[in-house]
Design a protein around this ligand. Structure first.
Ligand code: ZN
Ligand code: ZN
Length: 165
C-alpha cells in the first residue's frame, strides 16, 4: 500500500492513519512455511515539527517448521515499528530511515522489511523438543526409536583403558 502524504507533508502536527491487511508473503521461506491470513497492520505517519515519523503495529501468525523435529507450529508475531521518512535521492545507511517516493510512502515496503528482520530466529515446537533420530528419522518426541545409540568414542576409549573386553 502506498500512502498519500500530500495532506501532511508540509503541515507540522498533521497525521494520516492506516489500518489494513498487509501482504507478508515475501517473508515465506526457510523455516517460515506460510503466513496465516489475515495479517493486520495499524499505524500512522505523523508530521512532527517537519519530520515524518512512521509508526505501526503489525500482528501476524506464522506457520513454521520446528528447527529440530520439523513439525508445523503456529507462531504469533506482534511487531512494533517506528521509523523516519525522508525526502532524498540516496538510501540511508540507517535501517530505520526510509525514502519517500515523491509525496507517497511505501507502507508495504517498510512493514515487510521490518517484519522479515524480526524473524531472525529459530523456531522450536517446545524448548525441550527431542528432534528426529539422525539415523532413522523417527520423531523422538513420540518415544525412542529402535536404533542403537551411537557409542561415544570417549567412552569407548575409557572402556579399553579399564581393560573391559
Ligand atoms: Zn519440535
Ligand atoms: Zn532411529
Amino acid at each position: 500500500m502506498k500512502l498519500d502524504l500530500r495532506d501532511i507533508i508540509y503541515i507540522p502536527g498533521a497525521s494520516v492513519g492506516f489500518d489494513y491487511e498487509p501482504d507478508l508473503s515475501d517473508a515465506v521461506g526457510g523455516a517460515v512455511r506460510d503466513i496465516i491470513k489475515p495479517a493486520r497492520a495499524k499505524g500512522s505517519i505523523r508530521n512532527s515539527a517537519g519530520v515524518l515519523l512512521f509508526e505501526a503495529d503489525v500482528q501476524a501468525r506464522l506457520l513454521c517448521a520446528c528447527a529440530r523435529c520439523l513439525k508445523d507450529l503456529e507462531v504469533p508475531v506482534n511487531l512494533h515499528i517506528t521509523s523516519t521518512l525522508t525526502e532524498g535521492e540516496q538510501e540511508s545507511d540507517d535501517p530505520d530511515v526510509y525514502l519517500l517516493e515523491g509525496d507517497f510512502a511505501d507502507v508495504d515496503d517498510i512493514i515487510l522489511s521490518n517484519f522479515i528482520l524480526s524473524l531472525d530466529q529459530r523456531f522450536l515446537c517446545s524448548e525441550d523438543c527431542r528432534g528426529l533420530c539422525q539415523q532413522c528419522g523417527a520423531d523422538l518426541n513420540e518415544g525412542p526409536c529402535s536404533c542403537k545409540a551411537p557409542i561415544d568414542p570417549r567412552l569407548a576409549a575409557l572402556g579399553q583403558l579399564l581393560g573391559d573386553d
